[in-house]
Unconditional design. Structure first.
Length: 288
């Protein structure tokens, strides 16, 4: 199906956001808003991933809007971090419905800390019926330390480059051992985290990880979660879920489909992994 790519100027709290709408000739009633990770990314995405996904989705008949946060890419205003993009997401959805009023529901597609953002946002917007997420970001010192101990160091000793460095005397075992001990000490605090705040009102929650969790609990739609086997950020999310009964409860009680790609990197950047991801996403969307 043919699709037009339309540049948009979106008003967000009197700041201009730049967006690109992929509008098929005969658009479906379900539209997708791509929310970018709040780092150096903008509406194109890493290795042009967002453009490629958007064009493929539009060819299937799904309208897609990709946009820049305020203060990122070509948008004006100030970027305040991934924890403060509710207005940016809302204004993008508002504009989408202005451009295509016949839309009946919205999908938010997000990776890394953008996945964190949409978990905190989606429950507040009745137009959002589905989430597609990749490797959510839950970074804190304890989960990071435990993830590096379990995955990074084990991976390193299995690599040829590690042993070449060791036998060429370019490796300092004492420095690495000290670093490992520090990580172990930090990771010990992870299992001590408690769930005392799980019944608090959302606005009273103190950390973004708690807001992600409780936002997901309040979301009544369904979720497609892609996880990469080579993403330490994804493994850190799993570490948090594994030690948190409340996280486990939230995930077990919701409509969640999880797809693991053991050989994929964090952004699914290879052509093979990119194709698998978009094919699985389209198959999932077509059932809605």
């Amino acid at each position: 199906m043919n699709a037009e790519e339309i540049p948009l100027l979106i008003n967000c709290q009197d700041s201009p956001q730049i967006g690109i709408l992929h509008k098929p000739d005969n658009p479906k009633k379900t539209a997708i808003v791509v929310v970018v990770a709040g780092g150096p990314q903008y509406r194109v995405g890493c290795a042009r991933q967002i453009i490629l996904w958007s064009r493929r989705l539009a060819a299937e008949g799904y309208p897609v809007l990709r946009f820049d946060y305020r203060g990122f890419g070509d948008s004006g205003g100030e970027f305040k971090g991934f924890e403060a993009v509710d207005d940016d997401i809302k204004s993008a959805i508002d504009q989408l419905y202005t451009e295509i009023p016949e839309i009946e529901n919205t999908v938010l597609w997000a990776e890394c800390n953008a996945a964190s953002s949409v978990m905190m946002y989606a429950w507040q917007d009745a137009r959002v019926k589905h989430l597609i997420m990749q490797n959510p970001w839950v970074r804190n010192e304890a989960t990071q330390a435990k993830t590096y101990i379990k995955h990074y160091y084990l991976m390193r000793i299995m690599q040829k480059s590690f042993w070449l460095k060791l036998f060429s005397f370019k490796f300092n075992p004492f420095k690495s051992l000290f670093s490992l001990l520090n990580l172990w000490q930090t990771s010990k605090g992870l299992n001590a985290q408690n769930e005392q705040q799980k019944n608090q009102e959302f606005a009273q929650l103190t950390t973004y990880q708690e807001k992600m969790r409780e936002g997901l609990a309040l979301f009544s739609g369904d979720v497609l979660l892609f996880m990469s086997g080579l993403s330490l950020i994804g493994k850190e999310f799993d570490e948090l879920v594994n030690v948190s009964p409340r996280w486990q409860q939230v995930i077990n009680e919701m409509q969640l489909t999880r797809i693991d790609e053991p050989n994929a990197d964090h952004t699914f950047s290879s052509a093979v992994d990119r194709e698998k991801l978009i094919n699985n996403a389209i198959a999932w969307l077509n059932k809605k």
